[in-house]
Ligand binder design. Sequence first.
Ligand code: BDR
Ligand code: CA
Length: 313
Amino acid sequence: QPKIIIDADTGIDDALAILYGVKSGKADIIGITSVFGNIPVELATENALKVLKLAGLEGQIPVNQGAAQPLVRKVDLFPTFVHGSNGIGDVEIPHTAQRPVEEAAADFIVRQASELRGELVIVALGRLTNLAHALQKDPELPSKIKQVYIMGGAVRVPGNITPTAEANIWGDPEAASLVIESGLPITLIGLDVTLQTMLHQSHLDALKASCKPENRDVVSFLNDSMQFYFNFYHESNGYNQCAPMHDPLTVLAAIEPGVVQTEQLLLSVECHGEHCLGMTVADLRPKPSVGTPVNVGVQVDAKRAVELLLGVF
Ligand code: BDR
Ligand code: CA
């Protein structure tokens, strides 16, 4: 089983991604690190803790708080219209007695990478700030990590937060650039594949009827929180009672090889442009020469992905 740290700005789809990871039975989720993004970092920490309690795992998986701000920029606005003001679609779930551990997210990543001797897998579902800090603390990190799966980027498709950029990369382009260029073994799960992986209300209706009795509260939370996400995607993209599974597909790619097909491309992150800030630029010319080799998700068996995702509940 892969040993995974999930790094998340726990919003609606991050929550489903975490729940899938811990319920899959096919991965050892050794910790969750939090990062600002969909919401401030303190709320991301709190949501990760609450989601673990909901999964019946209170006190069993450490949560380490990470970055509150990007590497060099400043944020003071958070996209409450996408994930709700509490980050999980304004759905209330019980608080937990579990507290975040003292060790900062980047230190936890550095320590686990050393202790696990090449076995650690990181799944990053938000801004790449914690990973960038970890690289700054330990320049040898790239040789110690098995694989990093990143939900981020838009290679052959438009962006979502701007015409050219996807939100996780745009939200800290300097961190993303540092991570991409670091030599870490990276699989980028971007909008190219996540926008094809749609969860529909009909899937949730079926799941409510078929889920295991012990997962009823989890499924009812998924259903309720997704209403907010579906509404956002209705207003922004014109979708009808459905939403793309950005973060869940990224955890799935780490656990279920073969569902997402990748292609090695040379990639760079734009950190200076006016119109293209945060764009993931692949050198798609016949003889590519600019950028760092990265495995980029290019195709997905979306039907299978959603089946596998919901099958764990
Ligand atoms: C990404 O941005 C966030 O809103 C989602 O959680 C996902 O990680 C999609 O662009
Ligand atoms: Ca996310």
